[in-house]
Design a protein around this ligand. Structure first.
Ligand SMILES: C[S@@+](CC[C@H](N)C(=O)[O-])C[C@H]1O[C@@H](n2cnc3c(N)ncnc32)[C@H](O)[C@@H]1O
Length: 273
């Protein structure tokens, strides 16, 4: 049976085939909205339809609001997550407001470099930097079996707080951290040096790491990373090892244990391999 698709569904199908990352889709949406608004402004100018002076602040504000609304509409059509729609609305407004302040361009470059070193390939991994709290670390500590020389790693170790806490409270364990973004990794390395911590912080992608030697893997990643993480953990972790995820569940995989670390904290999910 053939089904007649409307243009929304055809666009969805086409985008699914392209398999774009959300960040790429977001750039395309902003660029398309910008092109629409530019064409509109050009037609208005060509036809002399606008009574305002073409560079008046109101004219620009209307164009920016048009851009923002169009971007949200496009994001809606392609079914982006709700929070992306807010970003699409406020991004053109923020660019416009910032452009009114005439901030020297070097500050934008510095801001860009700082964001790049902190977030690095977040647009690909879809796992941004966000630290967990000592309450969570305390809970993870209670999950470590009381045997000596347990090997533990925080995959996506950020500033290294979690790994250093575990190493300090279980000095009999061998604790590692692996982090893909250069700035958090450098900060974790320096912190370990100043605190005389024995944690081995590596820079790299945990997806390329062999999980076979770890007894406990702690992950604070994002929903986008969890299915692949589960496949990797199942294939490589030894029987009886623990995979612990803060906040994010694995779709269709029942955890062995769920822990509520505190009133204001999200849950910890534990899977025994
Ligand atoms: C939500 S933060 C958690 C930081 C730290 N684990 C904590 O609990 O405070 C996730 C971290 O994972 C890092 N990350 C994302 N993808 C990664 C990958 N494929 N390999 C290594 N690190 C990754 C990010 O750069 C970010 O610093």
């Amino acid at each position: 049976m053939y089904q007649i698709l409307n243009w929304h569904q055809m666009l969805q199908l086409f985008l699914n085939k392209l398999n774009l990352k959300p960040a790429t889709l977001a750039v395309l949406i902003q660029a398309s909205a910008f092109c629409f608004v530019l064409s509109f402004a050009w037609i208005i100018k060509a036809q002399s339809l606008w009574a305002f002076d073409s560079v008046s602040i109101w004219y620009l504000l209307i164009l920016v609001l048009m851009h923002a609304t169009l971007a949200v509409w496009f994001a809606n059509i392609v079914n982006m997550a709700k929070w992306w729609r807010w970003i699409h609305f406020f991004f053109p407004l923020a660019v416009w407001v910032m452009s009114q302040w005439h901030i020297p361009s070097i500050f934008y470059l510095l801001g860009f470099l700082l964001s790049l070193s902190l977030y690095w390939t977040t647009f690909r991994t879809q796992v941004p930097f966000f630290p967990s709290t000592p309450k969570i670390w305390q809970q993870v500590l209670t999950l470590i079996p009381p045997r000596p020389s347990m090997r533990i790693i925080d995959i996506g170790s950020g500033f290294g707080g979690m790994s250093m806490y575990i190493e300090k409270n279980r000095p009999d364990c061998l604790v590692d951290g692996i982090e893909i973004a250069p700035l958090p990794w450098l900060i974790s390395k320096l912190r370990a040096k100043f605190k005389h911590s024995k944690v081995d912080f590596k820079i790299g992608d945990y997806r390329l790491l062999d999980f076979a030697s770890y007894d406990l893997i702690f992950a604070y990643l994002s929903p986008a990373a969890m299915s692949d993480l589960w496949l990797k953990a199942q294939a490589q972790m030894p029987p009886g090892a623990l995979l612990v995820s803060y906040e994010f569940e694995i779709e269709n995989v029942e955890p062995t244990e769920v822990i509520q670390a505190g009133n204001n904290e999200k849950k910890l999910y534990v899977w025994k391999i």
